[in-house]
Design a binder for this molecule. Structure first.
Ligand code: HEM
Length: 499
């Protein structure tokens, strides 16, 4: 009797697994001429500790390069992941066919959707236009360099203190760079201050870490239906995002007390608050847009800076060349133009962005009608479409046999050559780190300024190398960048003074 019940349960489980496999895990038939990455590849990071570069080389690289696109399981559904530049350019161009479909539409019940809601990055049509009219002038103005210059000096002081406390060992940079980039986005863009550089216990830094840990967890990004259940960790995540939104709103409101926020100002904080006060957007829309500009404006520069520091540690000759070029920049008074006047520095930043785009893979568009991509790939209506910038940016067809190497010189020697090469690569979707077309990143100008200031200051103060005990590996899933990077810093200013 017991054995019979046991076999019935076993048979039930086998049938259930078969049905789940048949309905959810088998790749869709269409598009027929495109291969599928096996379903179980999405499970790899949950089963073992991997470097996602290995997963990419093993399962994605070849079919992506050969076919220009693959079917891939992500976010509990099958998607089309595009690699070939011509296809990506077509997607960027045709907003009506390949419609932006953010988490608020894809998975409205999910914690991530509650956090970022309907915002300038995920919205489309009239809402996107409304948010852009409010936010764009605040992101594209001529920024003051002062807060970034002084923050970079504070960062170096913190690095020096940390290095002194560990002697010759390496120091972990990720957390410090989070505090630094929070300070930059809040002071440089939002005209407020969360004191994350002066105080290692600053509330917003803690909340930002909690948000990343709890919300952008690969398991919930891959299987968002789990957010339907009152799992204690998800209830906690929902509380975290409420506290995060409130903290941002409170600090911003306080910073503008008695200053009458206005839509004729070019300051982002002022414009966002004025838009709410004048009824153009409601409280929820203010929070969604504030959260997304804050997260995008903080995390992307942080990840890029980690990758730049890693690449410069691996290539001391390039580090030395940047140091030599920027040695004349006066870091007390440097203007936007003084900083931009360093072509090798610019080409080095573009090259790092090419090799390690902070958003290495993105699937957030959905076809509104059946369409023939590139005249060859028939995509049904309603399919999610995205791209893998890590792969597109490294295409050997575009970048040649050295496409995986760090060669800043490939961008050109003068500012004019570099700008021309950058614009061409961006418009042809050969370099898609900043997205492209109408929906290209609006924070590019600020991000480039932040990188120029940071690198100029860092090479002035230090020579650095990889900690020999750091296991050289990238993150297992999500954004691809050096995982828990540890560096050893040699203080150049101190050695100059003592020599
Ligand atoms: C290295 C730094 C950065 C990189 C690589 C980057 C990359 C990107 C990418 C790939 C997108 C498209 C996202 C999507 O379609 O879902 C995007 C959009 C956007 N980014 Fe950035 N970003 C960076 C820095 C910033 C900064 C500092 C801000 C300032 C808040 C910012 C604001 C935005 C906005 C507002 C959009 C939406 C544009 C639109 O859809 O109209 N980004 N960015």
């Amino acid at each position: 009797m017991f054995l019979r019940v046991y076999f019935q349960i076993l048979l039930g489980l086998i049938i259930l697994s078969g049905l789940i496999y048949y309905f959810f895990c088998l790749p869709p038939k269409h598009p027929k001429n495109i291969p599928a990455v096996p379903f179980w590849v999405c499970l790899i990071p949950f089963l073992k500790d991997v470097d996602q570069r290995d997963t990419y080389h093993k399962y994605l690289e070849k079919p992506l390069i050969k076919h220009g696109a693959v079917k891939i399981f992500f976010g509990a559904r099958w998607n089309l992941l595009v690699q070939r530049s011509e296809y990506v350019a077509e997607i960027f161009k045709d907003e009506e066919v390949y419609q932006k479909t953010g988490n608020q539409k894809k998975i409205p019940h999910a914690v991530v959707a509650e956090f970022l809601g309907d915002n300038i990055i995920s919205a489309r049509s009239s809402n996107w236009k409304l948010y852009t009219d409010i936010i764009k002038p605040g992101l594209q103005r001529n920024f003051e360099t002062e807060p970034l210059l002084s923050n970079s000096s504070l960062l170096c002081k913190l690095l020096k203190d940390s290095q002194r406390s560990v002697g010759k060992s390496g120091i972990a940079v990720q957390e410090l760079l989070q505090r630094y980039t929070i300070a930059n986005v809040s002071q440089g863009l939002l005209q407020t201050d969360f004191e994350t550089l002066s105080n290692s216990e600053a509330v917003l830094n803690k909340l930002q870490s909690a948000v990343k840990r709890q919300i952008f967890q690969p398991i919930f990004m891959n299987f968002p239906f789990l957010d339907h259940f009152p799992i204690p960790s998800r209830v906690k995540a929902r509380e975290t995002i409420k506290r995060f939104s409130q903290e941002l709103d409170d600090k911003l409101t306080k910073a503008y007390e008695g200053k009458s926020p206005s839509l004729s100002s070019d300051k982002l904080g002022s414009r966002l608050l004025a838009a709410r006060d004048e009824g153009l957007i409601n409280d929820k829309q203010l929070h969604d847009n504030l959260n997304v500009t804050f997260v995008a404006g903080q995390e992307n520069p942080q990840l890029l800076l980690i990758s730049i520091m890693y690449l410069l540690a691996k290539h001391p000759e390039i580090q030395a060349k940047v140091r030599a070029e920027t040695s004349k920049v006066d870091l007390d008074t440097a203007t936007l133009q003084d900083l931009a006047d360093n072509p090798y520095l610019t080409s080095m930043i573009y090259e790092a962005l090419r090799l390690f785009p902070p958003i290495s893979q993105l699937i957030n568009r959905r076809t509104s009608v059946p369409v023939l991509l590139g005249g060859t790939i028939p995509i049904p209506a309603g399919m999610f479409v995205g791209y893998n910038s890590y792969s597109t940016n490294r295409s050997p067809t575009v970048w040649g046999p050295t496409s995986n190497d760090f060669v800043p010189e490939r961008w050109g020697a003068t500012n004019e050559e570099i700008t021309k090469r950058f614009r061409k690569a961006k418009s042809r979707a050969e370099f898609i780190s900043f997205h492209g077309g109408k929906r290209a990143c609006l924070g590019e100008k600020f991000a480039m300024l932040e990188m120029r200031v940071s690198v100029c200051r860092l090479v002035r103060e230090f020579a650095w190398e990889l900690d020999p005990s750091w296991p050289e590996r990238m993150t297992p899933a999500g954004p691809l960048y050096p995982r828990a990077l540890r560096l050893v810093f040699h203080d150049l200013v101190k050695s100059e003074a003592s020599s």
